[in-house]
Design a binder for this molecule. Structure first.
Ligand SMILES: [Zn+2]
Length: 288
């Protein structure tokens, strides 16, 4: 199974690690007349008529220490400025705007949003509690008190289609819009492999034991800073025992039903939202 068109991937920026590690090169990048700043209203991106992210002059930024070097676009430095507070929850309007952008643009926004939000939420040292300051061009925070270096975290989440013969399992949470179903998912816990996390989550949420688990692909998901790890798991049985605290419903759907729904015809469920890896995974499974 091969995934295509995975949302929030395909950034064209060179992350320029050599500049992050060299204060002299960073100072040059800040002074570069071609340098640009990502235009954000808090965390809301401005979108141009060409369906690209909007950029502005770097001098708008409040202070060089509040800048994150997102990378280089054909050699030209691209920065974002750290906002004063954490990002709001994702909205349907933001996801729709991201889905409409030119290829690669949403990936640049995702990286910026995740690292800016990390700064806003991690102003103090986890070792000694002192206030920390950005370093490494905004890709870390340093504690001036105890010297501990802190780096942006990524939270791994497994997201899986459970397969039995020609059917797969889809589920819905109470907060979803009516009719919407998607793949099962859950955070990987400390001490677990991806395969073990898949097996545990499937057992917890629908009471089904799985055998073989295959990794298929992955997606950065910047709400707040997850890495979605898409898998297909083979079910050992098909009797569903629902965890009603987590899920409202779970159903088996045949390949022909999934194909029909993905083609836009009426069916027993609405497909996962655009831009999610669950949709990419479902499309890939249906096309097989
Ligand atoms: Zn400290």
């Amino acid at each position: 199974v091969q995934l295509y068109d995975i949302g929030f991937t395909g950034s064209t920026l060179d992350r320029a690690d050599t500049i992050r590690r060299d204060p002299g090169l960073l100072a040059d990048a800040v002074q570069d007349p071609t340098a640009r700043l990502l235009l954000l209203d808090k965390y809301r991106p401005e979108v141009t008529g060409e369906l690209r992210l909007a950029w502005t002059e770097l001098s708008v930024a409040t202070s060089p220490t509040s800048l994150v070097l997102l990378g280089l676009a054909e050699g030209q430095p691209r920065f974002a400025s750290i906002p004063s507070g954490p990002a709001p929850p994702r909205s349907a309007a933001l996801l729709a705007a991201m889905d409409g952008l030119q290829p690669g643009e949403a990936a640049i926004y995702a990286a910026a949003r995740a690292v800016l939000d990390w700064h806003a939420r991690n102003g103090h040292c986890g070792e000694c509690g002192n206030a920390t300051t950005p370093f490494r061009a905004g890709w870390g925070r340093l504690c001036p008190q105890c010297g501990t270096e802190h780096f942006p975290r990524v939270d791994p989440v497994v997201i899986m289609l459970v397969e039995k013969g020609q059917e797969i399992l889809l589920c819905r949470q109470p907060a979803f819009e009516p009719g919407r179903y998607t793949a099962l998912s859950g955070f990987v816990e400390p001490g677990e492999s991806i395969e073990e996390a898949v097996a545990r989550e499937v057992m917890e949420e629908v009471g089904i034991s799985v055998g073989e688990v295959r990794y298929v692909g992955s997606q950065p998901w910047p709400f707040a800073s997850s890495l979605m790890i898409a898998c297909i798991a083979r079910a050992a049985a098909n009797a569903i025992c629902l965890d009603a605290d987590e899920l409202e419903d779970a159903i088996w759907a045949s390949r022909s039903t999934v194909r029909s729904v993905l083609a836009g015809r009426d069916g027993p469920f609405l497909a996962p939202s655009r831009g999610t890896i669950a949709l990419s995974l479902l499309k890939a499974w249906a096309a097989r």
